[in-house]
Structures are given as structure tokens and as C-alpha cells.
Design a protein around this ligand. Structure first.
Ligand SMILES: NC(=O)C1=CN([C@@H]2O[C@H](COP(=O)(O)OP(=O)(O)OC[C@H]3O[C@@H](n4cnc5c(N)ncnc54)[C@H](O)[C@@H]3O)[C@@H](O)[C@H]2O)C=CC1
Ligand SMILES: C[N+](C)(C)CC(=O)CC(=O)[O-]
Length: 469
């Protein structure tokens, strides 16, 4: 049975949480008094359903569900995990926790998305303070893995352990914030950047667009893969961080930053920033900007995944955990996945090279299925493709789910011939076929040779089964 999450407050952040949990197979119950909440969440979920599966090379768990409820009690009833994402007002959050704790199970995690409040502030006056912790996410919650987990001194260890395990299971990176402070770790950092950006615009030094360019063409790219300290360590040259600090440390005392001096928050400043932002991006709707952001994030995360760097390594590991072994159906379904944005070309459809990749993935899955797995390869045996004849029959586009059915046409000694059919999941349309001939090889001699007995037996068994079907 699907596990249940309750989302209390379904705005920008609550909607993102609802989407992530549902896409990871959870039953999600939402409470939000806004009559527009259902429409807004549906739009966020549609964006998430397009983007999140593109991160993975395997299919997602069966889709969970999202339902909307008229009371907090109904939403939190039987929930294993409760995420509060109501507006950033302490009195409102206290009121909501009192309501939640009347019905919620004692063992359920009650986590807040708060950007700035400390858990001890949230826990004040609560019936069960230890149950309330901070799980601060980043927008869009369904794509960015970071979640700052802040228990504070009163957070119950068993609640933290459960929260960490659930958040990891849904593909997130829980960063344990050991000491509670206002704005946790990341928002403290982001506030400093935001403050300096406001100064630069207010003082007429740079526009919103020039500041965005300063980030996206330069240091923003470094931060995504190495963060701040590792990046600066490299910038110190062969002498590393010590040299970097000796060279740039004294700059802290130069007038390079306005530091704690905060610009006055006036209507004029809001008009200046909002006006420049409209001039920069007002020609695009927020939904169009979201889609652009999500597609770029998918492409960046997939590139990092290929490098096993930063958040990409986390997604690669999560992918491996979600991968289910092949079922012995006839024909075998060797691939089931979503076409990611970075696989499409100038014609707006999946590039022909990716068809080849999908068929190659299909044969690798078959190899694992017959025992020619990583250990077998490490021991010096494998299959090489000698010939592949691909027929491109129809287009497929980013976001579509495709699958490959594979049959063993021939399995005799060192010869292995496979027939793959790639289909679109939505309508079953045949997209491409591949007739692939492989030879078993010794990785020592790089020449063909018979497979080891257990692989040979399984290949021959499949060939017989598929011939009879
Ligand atoms: N927007 C952002 O970039 C981020 C926000 N957060 C945090 O997430 C929380 C929510 O922020 P957003 O989603 O941005 O705000 P939002 O304004 O988009 O959504 C808040 C939602 O709460 C609902 N709400 C109001 N009173 C409620 C009640 N009594 N019970 C249930 N729902 C109620 C509103 O109808 C609205 O849909 C805040 O604590 C914020 O600090 C965290 C990370 C990023
Ligand atoms: C601006 N903010 C403080 C609400 C930002 C966050 O809390 C995290 C984010 O998504 O940047």
C-alpha cells in the first residue's frame, strides 16, 4: 500500500512537495483554504511530471495520487509524513501545528518548509514539540535535491531518522544542520548575495539582467558542481587554499562589500527592481519561465550525472536504487524510460543517435539478465556488437515514455542475435526496430570465444522461449 504524505499549504513550495511525493508513488493529501489551490497545484504537478522523470534512465515507481481535503484533520489522518508550507508567519504556523497535532499520529514526521524560523521557535507551545522539525527545500522542490534538515535541540532523534530516510527515498539530499540559526545555512548565504544584488541595483551600478549575467555566465556554473570552497581551493593554484586565503583574505577589510549594511526597503526600491525585472523577462509568463528553468535544470543535472559530480551522483545512485530487475516476460521489456530534453535535436524530436543509445541500453539489460553482468565483464568476458540495423519508423519527443521489447532470435555458442522494438507507452506506436548481432569476446585477447556455461545456458533458454512465442 502506498505511504501517505500530508501537505499543509499548497502554494509554490507545497505544490512542489506534493508533486515530488506523488511522482515517487506516495498517496498525497493536501489542505489549503485557497479555492484556487487545486488549479495551481495541478499546474505545478504537470510541470513536475514532465521534468522529474527525465532525470532518470529507468522508469519511476507507479504514480501515487493527490487528493484535496476540507480540513487539516482529514488531510493528516494516517499520514507518515506531514510537510507544512503555509506563509512565513510564526503565529500562523503555531496555529496550524496545534490543529495538526490534534489528529496526526505521534510517530509521523511534522516538518516545516520555513526559510528562516528556527525549530525552537516553531516548537514553542506545541503539544509534542519533538515531533516538529525544519525540512527546508529549494524551489523547484521536485527537481532540486537539497533539503536542510534542522531538528534544533528539542527535535526527537527518531523523527529526524524517519525524516532522513523518507527524504532520501524520494530522491532528496537531506543536509543535517547541526546548530539552529536564523535562515539555516543556505538562506543565510543567499541573503548575503541578495543584499549585495539589491545594493548594486539601488546604487545604479548594474541592472537585474547584468547581475543575472554575472552569475549565469560565470560563478553560477562553478557553484553547481564544486560549491564555494572546492572552487576556491583550485583557484589558489598548486598551493591550494592556503595561497588563495593569503592572497584574497585581506580583501575582507577592503571596501569590496557593503557587508551588513542593508539597503532601506522602500517602495522605490521595489519599483526599481520589479521594473527592471519586467523589462528583462516580462515577455515570458511565469509558467514559461518555469518550463525553461526546469528544462535547463534537467540538462545540467543530467550532465552532472554523467560526471558523477555533486547532485548528479545523488541522482545516479537513486536511479540505481529504483532500477528493478528484468521480468521474464516474452518479449522482454528491456528499457522503459522518459525521453529527456537533452536528447532532442534541431528537428525538435529525439535525435537518431539516441535511438542507437536506447537499443544499446536494451542489449546491456539483456546481458545483465543472462548473467553477463559487471562481475562477468570484470572477469574478462563480454559481448561486442558486430552489426546493428536500425529502422526509424516514427518520431518521439521530450517527455514521452518509451519502452523496448527485446527477443533473442539466435543464441548459439558465441553468436547472439537480438530483435528490439521501441514503442511509445502512451499509444503503443512502433517508433523503431533494431536487428542487432553480437559476438561473445574475451576481453584479454579481444577476440571472439564461447560464453561461460551459465551465460550460454541462459541465452539458449531465452532463444528457445522466444522462438516458441
Ligand atoms: N517560495 C520560495 O522560494 C520558498 C519558500 N519556502 C517556505 O515555504 C513556505 C511557503 O512559502 P510559499 O509556498 O512560497 O508561499 P505561497 O504563498 O506560494 O503558498 C502558501 C500557501 O499556504 C496557503 N495557506 C494560507 N493559510 C493556510 C492555512 N492556515 N492552512 C493551510 N494553508 C494555508 C495559501 O493559500 C497558499 O497557497 C514558507 O514558510 C516559505 O518560507 C521555502 C523554500 C523556498
Ligand atoms: C527567498 N527564499 C528565502 C524564500 C528562498 C528559499 O528559502 C530557498 C530557495 O528556493 O531559494
Amino acid at each position: 500500500m502506498a505511504r501517505r504524505a500530508a501537505i499543509i499549504g499548497g502554494g509554490v513550495i507545497g505544490g512542489g512537495w506534493a508533486a515530488r511525493f506523488a511522482l515517487m508513488g506516495w498517496e498525497v493529501r493536501v489542505f489549503d483554504p485557497d479555492p484556487e489551490a487545486k488549479r495551481k497545484i495541478s499546474e505545478v504537478v504537470a510541470g513536475a511530471a514532465r521534468a522529474l522523470p527525465m532525470l532518470y534512465e529507468t522508469s519511476m515507481p507507479p504514480l501515487g495520487s493527490i487528493s484535496f481535503h476540507a480540513t487539516v484533520a482529514e488531510a493528516v489522518e494516517g499520514a507518515d509524513y506531514i510537510q507544512e508550507s503555509v506563509p512565513e508567519r510564526l503565529d500562523l504556523k503555531h496555529k496550524v501545528y496545534a490543529e495538526i497535532q490534534k489528529t496526526a499520529s505521534d510517530s509521523a514526521v511534522l516538518a516545516s518548509s520555513t526559510s528562516g524560523f528556527k525549530p525552537s521557535e516553531l516548537q514553542e507551545g506545541a503539544a509534542r514539540p519533538g515531533q516538529i522539525i525544519v525540512a527546508h527545500p529549494f524551489n523547484p522542490v521536485y527537481l532540486l535535491p537539497l533539503v536542510e534538515l534542522v531538528p534544533g535541540p528539542q527535535g526527537a532523534p527518531e523523527i529526524v531518522t524517519t525524516a532522513r530516510s523518507i527524504l532520501t527515498e524520494i530522491g532528496m539530499f537531506p543536509l543535517h544542520v547541526r546548530a539552529e540559526i536564523d535562515a539555516h545555512i543556505a538562506d543565510r548565504f543567499l541573503e548575503a548575495v541578495w543584499r549585495e544584488a539589491l545594493w548594486l541595483v539601488k546604487d545604479g551600478i548594474a541592472t537585474t539582467e547584468e547581475i543575472d549575467n554575472a552569475i549565469r555566465y560565470g560563478f553560477g556554473l562553478r557553484w553547481a558542481q564544486m560549491g564555494l570552497f572546492e572552487t576556491y581551493r583550485v583557484a589558489g593554484g598548486e598551493a591550494g587554499m592556503r595561497h588563495f586565503m593569503a592572497q584574497f583574505g585581506p580583501a575582507l577589510e577592503w571596501p569590496w562589500t557593503k557587508l551588513m549594511d542593508v539597503p532601506e526597503f522602500t517602495d522605490e526600491l521595489v519599483d526599481l527592481i520589479a521594473g527592471q525585472s519586467d523589462a528583462q523577462s516580462g515577455h515570458l509568463s511565469i509558467r514559461a519561465l518555469e518550463r525553461l528553468r526546469d528544462d535547463n535544470l534537467v540538462a545540467i543535472l543530467r550532465a552532472l550525472k554523467g560526471q558523477e559530480a555533486g547532485a548528479g551522483k545523488l541522482i545516479a545512485d537513486h536511479d540505481a536504487q529504483m532500477r528493478a530487475p528484468l521480468e521474464g516476460s516474452v518479449p522482454l521489456v528491456t528499457v522503459r524510460r522518459v525521453v529527456p530534453v537533452d536528447w532532442t535535436d534541431v528537428n525538435g524530436h529525439m535525435n537518431e543517435g539516441r535511438y542507437g543509445q536506447v537499443f544499446s541500453d536494451a542489449s546491456e539489460e539483456l546481458m545483465i539478465h543472462v548473467g553477463a553482468d559487471r562481475a562477468y565483464i570484470d572477469a574478462g568476458h563480454s559481448y561486442f556488437t558486430a552489426e546493428a540495423n536500425v529502422k526509424y519508423l516514427s518520431e518521439t519527443h521530450a517527455g514521452e515514455t518509451i519502452f523496448v521489447e527485446t527477443k533473442v532470435l539466435l543464441g548459439e555458442g558465441k553468436k547472439l542475435r537480438l530483435w528490439h522494438e521501441m514503442k511509445r507507452a502512451q499509444d503503443g506506436e512502433l517508433l523503431a526496430t533494431c536487428d542487432q548481432f553480437l559476438l561473445h569476446v574475451s576481453l584479454d585477447t579481444r577476440r571472439s570465444c564461447p560464453p561461460l556455461n551459465h551465460v550460454r545456458d541462459r541465452v539458449e533458454h531465452l532463444a528457445r522461449m522466444h522462438a516458441e512465442a
